[in-house]
Write a protein that binds this ligand. Structure first.
Ligand code: CA
Length: 221
């Protein structure tokens, strides 16, 4: 899952990126509205954390522009504590949720998890496929009740496929959602990680759909 953070406060930007990365997301960052708007307009994100008070272009304008050009990714806005009107304007501009500053990082993480989950049509933080259970909140996976040790790359890959269970996901889509913008994107590495996941979970969990990509079935047959 790839997240964009748009926040001009350097410290806060760094804290948000760090917390999201520790939670297993890949994070791109922007420090003003123009840069943020550009990234959100050109790169695919699974969610965006967008500050309202930004230089160059304010957060509401960024959001309105995205929505006008049909950029539909979930957006969590950060508002000043006593500016209730920002919350209303933000939601009217197309925000999916908001957090008022100052906030606890855990709240931002929980709201981002919920946005990503809802965008995938999931009601729970646990995604179950046969005897494989992925706990999004804890960042852990079990197979038949036993914890499976995964690297962060393996976890991200499995999490993305399980969030989109039943759908064929192309290698290009995986590369776009699993690596940040600075990563040297070689889609062959995806195959390597798929191989490692198959070693850990058996060959049936992830199906290769020739020429199209990979699929995790709703029910692991
Ligand atoms: Ca700001």
């Amino acid at each position: 899952m790839r997240i964009l953070v748009v926040e001009d406060d350097l410290d806060l930007n760094r804290q948000l990126c760090q917390a999201l990365e520790e939670a297993g997301y890949v994070v791109d960052k922007a420090f003003d509205g123009e840069e943020g708007h550009f990234l959100g307009d050109t790169e695919p994100y699974d969610a965006v954390v967008l500050d309202i008070g930004l230089p160059q272009m304010d957060g509401l304008s960024v959001l309105e522009r995205w929505r006008r050009s049909n950029r539909n990714m979930p957006v969590l806005i950060l508002t000043a504590r006593d500016r209730w009107s920002d919350k209303v304007a933000g939601i009217d501009a197309g925000a999916d949720d908001y957090v008022a500053k100052p906030f606890h990082m855990e709240e931002v993480l929980a709201r981002v998890r919920a946005l990503v989950r809802r965008a995938a049509g999931l009601a729970s933080n646990e995604i179950v496929i046969g005897d494989v259970v992925l706990d999004v909140r804890a960042g852990k996976v079990t197979l038949a009740g036993q914890a499976v040790k995964l690297t962060s790359h393996e976890f991200r890959l499995l999490s993305y496929l399980m969030h989109h269970k039943g759908r064929i996901v192309s290698r290009t889509e995986l590369v776009e959602h699993l690596y940040d913008q600075d990563f040297d994107r070689d889609s062959n590495t995806i195959e390597v990680f798929i191989g490692r996941l198959r070693k850990k979970f058996g060959g049936n969990l992830i199906e290769t759909v020739r020429g199209l990509g990979y699929r995790v079935q709703e029910e692991n047959a």
